[in-house]
Design a protein around this ligand. Structure first.
Ligand SMILES: [Zn+2]
Ligand SMILES: [Zn+2]
Length: 451
């Protein structure tokens, strides 16, 4: 294809960039990236260069500080017809990144997920987004056409990487080695090259990129627990175990849905304070409550009367008839020991056990945590016939195409305080430091920002 070198206006750039073939758009909108190879002017984007935080094959038991992870220059391959080039504005650092930063990846992998950015170029088959759109590159795609999307569970969209749907290289490192993007999206990079079905356009007036970056993974996971498969009802009792970014999003979701009592539980004082500021009515320290935690929560969730003919409930201590209507568990296992206050069980099993125990009969237990080590047990009869409803899984019923815009509007209106979760920002060159802070739990959330 012949190079296009004529002078172009921004309007024409955006028009031409609507499909691959807008190579000129890459040069005009690509400020900040290094000198481009002439081949991008052919319109394929091949040869375009950008910087990314990449993890290589690590030995077992490495640490974040010793990890083979560094900011590398990536040279793009030709843009797939279903992919989009997004200039990254901000990418959150959720706790799962801690494990990924020390993982044994081959081929090399660009870390990051759930980022926000602005579309620069789209492949020839892309219809959902246009150049200039701000998009959340959500951690769960939405295709709207697969088996699970069509059955009301787009939070399990089959376009997630897995068997038959691998992470494909989007370019090469300066060594010549292939590089893939985590979950086919990346985020710790100046450019993301996601498939169209990961891109959720958001149209906002107040929300900043840092705010929006909290929605694409952790915010959606937390809000999904309160708004998704088991929507919280007004005037209900809700318990949230774990007040990291996911749990704090759940606290706000419960508040938005009109819960009357929201009990936040976390060993870290700073996190309990944030929880109280953004919607929790009570905050408990599991280290202080010890093995009395379940009984205490059940007692706090007594209904005002035990007169059952008057709509009351049985007050038998520790019985299954009292307890919260909704228990949301977002603790998980510690990948490394935190530097902040340590919780009662680094394996993450105890909070799952307690979540099940404290839930009332016919109540809902929603679990979104990861990284547990081991198994947990429940009484078999209660499991089979106890009428406690368990809803596991990331994003619990969230439809990312519908809900990213919905959640962004909650940020815009001030109903969802995303900034309370984004307590530290770092440039790309300090990504390792950001991951360490998240591992240490010395910040609620961290965000990589791009100038
Ligand atoms: Zn995440
Ligand atoms: Zn799908």
């Amino acid at each position: 294809m012949k190079s296009k070198t004529t002078k172009v206006s921004r309007r024409n750039v955006l028009k031409k960039a609507a499909v691959v073939g807008g190579g000129a758009a890459a040069t005009l909108l690509g400020g900040g990236v290094q000198a481009q190879a002439p081949s991008i002017l052919t319109g394929t984007q091949a040869g375009r260069r950008f910087r990314a935080f990449v993890v290589f094959d690590n030995a077992p038991d490495t640490t974040i500080q010793a990890s083979k992870a560094s900011v590398e220059q990536v040279t793009m391959s030709a843009l797939d017809e279903n992919r989009v080039v997004v200039r990254t504005e901000a990418c959150q650092v959720c706790y799962t990144i801690v494990g990924q930063a020390v993982a044994n990846y081959n081929p090399a992998r660009i870390l990051g997920h759930g980022a926000v950015g602005v579309v620069e170029v789209v492949g020839s088959k892309v219809r959902r987004v246009q150049p200039g759109d701000r998009v959340i590159v959500a951690n769960t795609p939405y295709c709207g056409q697969c088996y699970t999307c069509l059955r009301g569970r787009p939070d399990r969209c089959q376009m997630l990487p897995g068997a038959g749907n691998p992470m494909l290289p989007i370019g090469r490192l300066s060594s010549g080695a292939d590089v893939v993007q985590h979950n086919n999206e990346g985020g710790f990079a100046e450019l993301m090259i996601p498939y169209e079905w990961y891109c959720m356009p958001v149209f906002t007036s107040n929300a900043t990129p840092v705010d929006l970056s909290m929605l694409g993974c952790v915010g959606a996971c937390g809000l999904g627990t309160a708004l998704g498969v088991a929507p919280v009802e007004p005037a209900s009792d809700v318990v949230v175990l774990g007040c990291g970014p996911v749990g704090l999003s759940a606290v706000q979701g419960a508040r938005i849905k009109g819960a009357s009592q929201i009990i936040a539980i976390d060993p870290i004082r700073a996190r309990r304070e944030v929880a109280l500021r953004i919607g929790a009515t009570i905050a408990l320290d599991p280290n202080v409550e010890g093995m009395n935690l379940v009984a205490k929560v059940k007692d706090l969730c007594k209904f005002p009367t035990d007169r059952k003919f008057a709509g009351g409930r049985d007050w038998a201590p520790n019985g299954n008839n009292i307890g919260p209507d909704y228990v949301i568990e977002a603790v998980g296992g510690d990948r490394f020991p935190p530097r902040a206050e340590v919780g009662p069980d680094p394996t993450g099993i105890l909070p799952l056990q307690q979540a099940w125990q404290m839930c009332s009969s016919a109540g809902h237990v929603t679990t979104v945590s990861v990284g547990q080590r081991g198994n947990f047990t429940v009484p078999a009869g209660q499991w089979s016939n106890g009428a406690k409803n368990h809803h596991p899984g990331n994003m619990n019923g969230v439809s990312t195409l519908r809900d990213m815009q919905r959640f962004a509007r909650l940020v815009d209106t001030g109903q969802f305080n995303a900034r309370a979760l984004a307590t530290a920002t770092y440039p790309l060159d300090r990504a390792r430091e950001a991951i360490q802070a998240v591992s240490d739990r010395t910040t609620v959330g961290a965000v990589i920002t791009f100038a």
